[in-house]
Design a protein around this ligand. Structure first.
Ligand code: PAF
Length: 287
């Protein structure tokens, strides 16, 4: 097996061929393989995905790759935290057996010209605010899934629209992988864990914690039969009053297509993206 480095018992794989060899070896032993794609800067939310993975697979592989194609030129690609040694240490403590850390030339070799574009579910919400985003995510996730061909891959519900996009592309492209969504991990104030929370000041953290309370209250009001438009409007007002600088969207949508709803026959999801200072936070809850 070609592992470039060993940290405790975790195998650190840097090439697609080393990844494939590792997976083939596990398969040869009759073991089920799970994959958790990440961009590093790991927090409890990511580690929970790995731990949950052990409920579905014998061998867990995480990937760490800060994917340039999902950042717009104006976004924080260069500034995105790169904490690989620390990340690998945290992963090894979960019992993950391998981590795939390719560099950009391994993922996007010279002449790379293909992209995966998922229509429909990737178009509203994040698709409108960050038009380049899902093309980059869909392309890199397709590659990671085809490179590893795991039995299962786990993604957080925190990035709820991303999860729906990935479920769609796996069906459409016949990728033989089961996609598992895992509930958002929150801090004790209910704030959804995110690498971007590290950018928040103490004061901003207090405001940020209001976001999830607004969403859970909206979900209660929807279940009580309130008017969707009025609930949404009151939610926007509370978010702005809490100290947010702007709201990209706050929407009550069909939980799987993310399209607007006219009745209550569908399972609903409330999704928000809002900025506080320079930090953009997203969250969502079921309604
Ligand atoms: O959710 C993320 O961290 C990224 O979008 C993903 C799925 C690892 C693709 O780069």
């Amino acid at each position: 097996m070609k592992a470039d480095l060993r940290m405790e018992s975790i195998q650190v794989l840097r090439s697609v061929s080393a990844l494939r060899e590792f997976v083939a070896l596990q398969r040869g032993k009759g073991l089920r393989v799970g994959l958790v794609p990440t961009m590093g800067a790991l927090h409890e939310g990511h580690l929970t995905l790995v731990r949950e993975g052990f409920g579905h697979a014998d061998v867990m592989i995480a990937t760490i790759f800060v994917n340039p194609t999902q950042f717009a030129p104006t976004e924080d690609f260069a500034a995105y935290p790169r904490t690989q040694e620390d990340d690998i240490r945290k992963l090894s403590q979960t019992g993950a057996q391998a981590v795939f850390c390719p560099d950009a030339s391994e993922m996007y070799p010279q002449g790379f010209s293909t992209s995966v574009s998922v229509k429909g579910v990737s178009e509203p919400l994040e698709g409108e605010s960050r038009p380049h985003f899902f093309g980059g995510v869909a392309t890199v996730v397709t590659k990671l899934l085809l490179q590893a061909l795991p039995d299962v891959a786990l993604f957080g519900e925190k990035d709820y629209q991303q999860l729906q996009v990935i479920k769609r592309l796996v069906i459409d492209l016949d990728i033989p992988v089961k996609i598992i969504g895992v509930a958002t991990v929150r801090d004790r104030d209910g704030l959804a864990l995110s690498s971007r929370n590290a950018y928040l000041t103490q004061e901003q953290m207090k405001s940020a914690a209001v976001l999830n309370r607004v969403l859970f209250d909206m979900a209660d009001q929807i279940r009580d039969g309130g008017d969707l438009g009025a609930i949404r409007q009151a939610g926007m007002e509370r978010i702005m009053a809490a100290g947010f600088d702007s709201i990209d969207y706050l929407e009550i949508r069909d939980a799987s297509t993310l399209m607007p709803v006219d009745g209550r026959n569908n399972a609903l999801r409330i999704l928000v993206a809002a900025k506080i200072g320079k930090t953009r936070l997203i969250d969502n809850v079921a309604a």
